[in-house]
Design a binder for this molecule. Structure first.
Ligand code: NAD
Length: 341
């Protein structure tokens, strides 16, 4: 790969970094020896200027990597955009090709981390362990208001049966749930395990719990909307650990107000970019929709933490470094799912 003489092929500028990113990337860099420049700020058209002499940028879920930014990156001599996440809806891949930038991602760092978090959200919403925890600490040992339901025998509908959806299906089957799935490709191995592939409409009509595990794209944007909610069972539980844009927030708020939606668990939010991964405890939140969502007693919001396990952060650092190393050496990656452009 020909790297511009103005950019250093050994230097990576990492954006949107948190203290734990520094810990894991520094630890595993011992075996790779890259020069690492950590920036807490998001990558966008104003922050590109921070990049000094680096031919690689490493970005996360809320960095802005549109055509304007990609053009600026190319002008700075950047050759590789390495996503340290699986989803890539925030990157304009066409623009990357146009400006001759390679784009790679970490396709499956720990599908179990996200699948287990989805189940944790289901169990918390159902058995209200978060409320019980606070209650007994105040010496309130009453059970009123904590009534849940057996998961055993309930129908869980999974949208998207890739790495995470598949891992989540196994967990749901382990609980004795009936598992329905919708994907643009069916999976024979999952069918053998007892998962039934059905239409999207059937998922909405028959599921007690709908869990989203598909990527955000033109086909899946706002897959949870006024129409799909109307098809769902009364008191349905909706879980989103995938991307915020899969849910039309206003329709979900309406569904919660009407009692149609019985439970909502979201680890992602359409406007999360201005909120998540920061401590805003002293700020006035300007986003009324998230405030409304958080005001419901049957809504659980976590701030994009489903991926956040020791195993996942280790894999993220190792796979990102390996992706970059092989792209620099041969302009290609062995792990085909990692190469996006
Ligand atoms: P994956 O690529 O392995 O699987 C995605 C699946 O979705 C594939 O089976 C694909 O066929 C299917 N799909 C594509 N278009 C579809 C459509 N229109 N309708 C139904 N299914 C469709 O991805 P994955 O590793 O399982 O991750 C899934 C998503 O989870 C990612 O795109 C990402 O947005 C999200 N994610 C979130 C976190 C988190 O921390 N909350 C962490 C990792 C990934």
């Amino acid at each position: 790969m020909s790297l511009s003489t103005t950019s250093n092929s050994n230097k990576i500028a990492l954006f949107s970094t948190q203290p734990y990113d520094k810990t894991f990337f520094n630890k595993y860099n011992m075996d790779f020896g890259f020069e690492l420049d950590f920036f807490e700020t998001q990558l966008n058209s104003q922050t590109v200027i921070l990049i000094e002499n680096a031919s690689i940028v490493c970005v996360f879920v809320n960095d802005i990597v549109n055509e304007t930014v990609i053009k600026q990156l190319a002008e700075k001599g950047v050759k590789i955009i390495a996503l340290r996440c699986a989803g890539f809806n925030n990157v304009d891949l066409e623009a990357a090709k146009k400006y001759n930038l390679k784009v790679c991602r970490v396709p499956a760092y720990s599908p179990q981390a996200v699948a287990e978090h989805a189940m944790a959200m289901i169990l918390t919403l159902n058995r209200k362990t978060h409320k019980a925890y606070n209650r007994v600490r105040e010496q309130n040992f009453s059970l009123n208001g904590l009534l849940g339901f057996d998961l055993f025998g309930k129908t869980i509908g999974i949208i998207g049966t890739g790495n995470i959806g598949k891992a989540f299906a196994k967990i749901a089957l382990g609980f004795g749930c009936k598992v329905l799935a919708y994907d643009i490709v069916t999976n024979a191995e999952m069918e053998k395990d007892g998962v039934k592939f059905v239409s999207l409409e059937e998922i909405f009509k028959s599921s007690d719990i709908v869990s989203l595990h598909c990527p955000l794209n033109d086909q899946t944007k706002h897959v949870i909307n006024k129409k799909s909610i109307a098809l769902m069972k009364d008191s349905v539980m909706i879980i989103n650990t995938s991307r915020g844009g899969l849910i039309e927030t206003a329709s979900v708020i309406e569904g919660l107000k009407e009692g149609k939606i019985g439970y909502l668990g979201i680890d992602v939010y359409e406007q999360e970019e201005k909120l998540f991964f920061r401590d805003l405890s002293d700020d006035i939140i300007q986003d009324d929709a998230i405030q409304r969502l958080m005001s419901f007693p049957n809504v659980l919001v976590t701030a994009h933490q489903a991926f956040f396990t020791n195993e996942a952060l280790t894999q993220i650092a190792l796979v990102t470094f390996n992706n970059i190393k092989s792209l620099l050496a041969q302009n290609d990656i062995e792990n085909k799912a990692a190469l996006l452009a």
